[in-house]
Design a protein around this ligand. Structure first.
Ligand code: SPQ
Length: 431
């Protein structure tokens, strides 16, 4: 197994950072651009492994997609013109690809088999298959069809009235994609507001969709109109360097072109509550996805409680928030975050175990963690668990630890942030 050693001596972070495109938005742009007939141009696309899997799947369905760096051109015959693929559709490590594609394929007229890597094949799929079955979907697999591989026989779906038992943008989006092809009006009531990129982008592609607090209504059989999509930088990727800049004395980093969709900015709110100096200096793009520049300066941090409706707004940032909490004075309590247990790995168990190896005071709870700080961290060998967010948390830990950190299996970081180490070394003045 590949191991990477990361070590710094009194690092300071300085400069400007333009993080790669938002992963959630990049997936959805390829999906909606392939459902619509005609040409869709995407700029700022994330060329990470997860999103490349999504592109590959649409190639297999008969959509022409050209990519040069972060520019993607889609020429699609529209969902009606797709063909059944010759082989399996491989979603790699990407839960977003698998769960959203289940909704799309269920209402298409193709037959396909969805597969994934060993990590994705352990993640639950019934959460999206359940409501899709109520719409008439035909999705089969081993046992109760909760895991990949799954066979999807596309057919005419009908609308549904669905109250979501969990706060999940993937489940909501899977249902919305099914509803787009279904007969009648679908109504979804969210448990807690999750990221709304699908709703925003459906509007951009000309669909009628009504949202009112936690209720969403969409009528099926709508024809989408292809368009141009601009993908802002991923705040979940920026979060690693935002936390680093806050923790390291004398640091100051300006994050340009970073996505500021309110359903994703929990990290900024939590950093402010912890005493960090975070400032949004401009904000643009109100109609599609808001984005702007965020400045972060080092500050002395203190512990807080994070739970409830805040959780879906920062779910992917919790590993780096946990690391930041080891450097904050007092107790940080993370609760209501049991969804972390079904990510690329069980992120509650993984974060607790790896932070303990560094000497942090962390207690695992059923739905989160309790971290007491500040603690001086020391070097150690850390596992990534094949999870990009645990890999990046481990690399950022090297900025605050005394002694080297060896990261086992760091290649998973390419799933969402292919140039992560280049940016890390550039901001610390080592490039
Ligand atoms: O795609 P994947 O593997 O599920 O990615 C993760 C991540 O950390 O990048 C989660 F593991 O992000 C999810 C996120 O946690 C992406 C996502 C989306 O694009 O809709 C929504 C969230 O998942 P969920 O289950 O809460 O809907």
């Amino acid at each position: 197994m590949e191991t990477k050693t990361v070590e710094f001596s009194n690092p300071v972070l300085h400069g400007k950072l333009k993080v790669p495109g938002d992963k959630s938005i990049s997936h959805r742009a390829v999906m909606l651009g392939s459902i619509a007939s005609g040409q869709t141009n995407i700029s700022g696309f994330l060329p990470g492994e997860d999103c490349l899997c999504t592109i590959d799947i649409f190639w297999k369905l008969g959509v022409t997609i050209d990519r040069e760096g972060d520019q993607v051109t889609i020429n699609s015959p529209g969902i009606e013109g797709w063909k059944s693929p010759d082989g399996p559709l491989y979603a790699g490590n990407s839960g977003t690809t698998a769960r959203l594609m289940l909704g799309i394929l269920a209402g298409s007229n193709v037959k396909s088999v969805m597969t994934g890597d060993s990590y994705l094949s352990k993640r639950p799929m019934r959460r999206v298959i359940g409501p899709l079955e109520k719409m008439g979907a035909c999705i089969t697999g081993e046992g109760d069809a909760d895991r990949l591989p799954l066979t999807i026989v596309g057919r005419q779906l009908k609308c549904i009235d669905y109250e979501m038992p969990i706060a999940s943008a993937q489940v909501k989006s899977g249902i919305l994609f099914g509803a787009l092809q279904a007969e009648g009006e679908t109504r979804i009531v969210e448990k807690s507001g999750s990221r709304d990129h699908t709703e925003r982008m459906l509007r951009q592609f000309g669909a009628q969709i009504e949202t009112n607090d936690r209720e969403i209504r969409i009528t099926g059989k709508q024809v989408l109109t292809s368009c141009d999509v601009i993908v802002p930088g991923d705040i979940s990727s920026a979060a690693f360097f935002m936390a680093a800049a806050a923790m390291l004395p004398e640091s100051e980093v300006s994050f340009v072109n970073v996505g500021l969709n309110p359903s994703r900015t929990g990290m900024i709110d939590v950093m402010n509550q912890m005493g960090a100096t975070v400032e949004i200096v401009d904000q643009k793009g109100e109609n599609g996805e808001p984005y702007g520049t965020v400045n972060v300066k080092s500050a002395s941090l203190h512990g807080i409680e994070i739970g409830g409706d805040m959780i879906p707004r920062l779910i992917d940032e919790l590993p780096i928030i946990a690391l930041m909490a080891t450097q904050a004075a007092g107790k940080t309590v993370i609760k209501d975050a049991e969804e972390l247990r079904v990510k690329e790995t069980d992120r509650i168990a993984a974060v607790t175990s790896e932070l303990k190896k560094l000497g942090a005071s962390v207690e695992e709870t059923e739905d989160g963690m309790i971290i007491t700080g500040p603690t001086k961290l020391s070097g150690a060998t850390l596992q990534s668990y094949g999870d990009h967010r645990i890999g990046m948390m481990s690399a950022i830990a090297a900025l605050v630890a005394e002694g080297p950190i060896q990261i086992e299996d760091p290649s998973c970081i390419a799933v969402s942030y292919p140039n992560f180490f280049d940016d890390l070394y550039r901001l610390t003045g080592r490039s």
